[in-house]
Design a protein around this ligand. Structure first.
Ligand code: 2AM
Ligand code: CA
Length: 269
């Protein structure tokens, strides 16, 4: 197989995602070991590590020249100098996985020379696969997603974690509060990847987080690009695919308007 046959790569990735999701579902009936990482709210389970290992083994076996970056850091630092990189979150929404057994996703992206080629976000419990390949459109299962159209701020529903409304030294809680006040509704599902898949499929009009990592957003950007969705940091800067940062995604025009109205005002004051 040609190493850069993106359709084949996408099909293989889908097969692995489905197999990994079976492992995750089977684990829900067992007692899962849970630990904390950076804070008491930042959870990791043995399943996060097991699923990441599973993908790493598959990718090493089939694409030994590709690099691998996963949330649990099993691959180390070797990802830096390769053209093609797989960016994987084995469980996005680990807190939901542990506490609710619902609203968690597997997120898989393949980037080549910095460009998103394949993006998959799999809603495990609903059996909904959001998938895209560069230039080929984005899909929810068999349905092609429509191009996103603009929406007015006062008619928009956005995804936002309520913690960003709290006062913290570096956070922009007043800007967030103002944004929450002006939109029509705010939802919080607890899985950044799923929430951005909802933006790509039109269920949400925007999603904002003040801190995400590549594995949280890499696949979503591939989907969003295919439907004309906009993405940047919350300050309107381009996202660097291998760096953690704030992330703001949304419908065209709505995205720019929010940055102009709320963020730029805050930066000037
Ligand atoms: P995770 O479950 O893969 O850690 C929760 O609002 C969303 O933010 C989830 O998608 C979660 O991804 C992500 N997130 C990123 N960094 C986080 C952190 N340090 N603690 C908790 N959630 C984090
Ligand atoms: Ca995760």
């Amino acid at each position: 197989m040609n190493e850069l046959d993106w359709l084949k790569i996408k099909q293989m990735a889908i097969m692995w995602v489905k197999e990994a999701s079976n492992q995750l579902k089977a684990s829900l009936v067992e007692t899962i070991r849970v630990e904390t990482k950076s804070s008491p709210d930042d959870l990791v389970t043995e399943m996060d590590r097991k699923i990441e290992q599973y993908f790493l083994r598959k990718i090493q076996a089939h694409f030994p020249n590709h690099a691998f970056l996963g949330e649990e850091g099993i691959s180390g630092e070797e990802y830096k100098n390769r053209d093609t990189i797989w960016i994987i979150d084995p469980i996005d929404g680990t807190t939901n996985f542990v506490h609710q057994q619902y609203n968690f996703a597997i997120s898989v992206a393949v980037y080549h020379k910095g460009e998103g080629k394949v993006g998959l976000i799999y809603d495990v419990m609903n059996d909904d696969l959001y998938h895209a390949m560069a230039g080929d459109g984005a899909y929810k299962n068999d349905d092609r997603l429509e191009r996103l159209t603009p929406v007015d701020i006062d008619k928009a529903i956005i995804g936002l974690n309520a913690r960003w409304l709290l006062y913290k030294k570096k956070a922009n809680h007043l800007t967030m509060i103002e944004l929450v006040d002006k939109v029509r509704g705010v939802r919080s599902y607890g899985s950044a990847a799923l929430e951005m898949a909802y933006v790509a499929s039109g269920r949400l009009d925007g999603y904002v987080s003040l801190k995400l990592s590549p594995w949280d957003f890499a696949a979503a950007l591939v989907l969003l690009k295919e439907v004309g969705g906009c993405y940047s940091t919350f300050y309107g800067e381009s996202l660097a695919i291998l760096k953690s940062s704030s992330v703001f995604v949304g419908r065209p025009q709505f995205h720019q308007k929010v940055i102009q109205k709320f963020v730029h005002k805050e930066l000037k004051s």
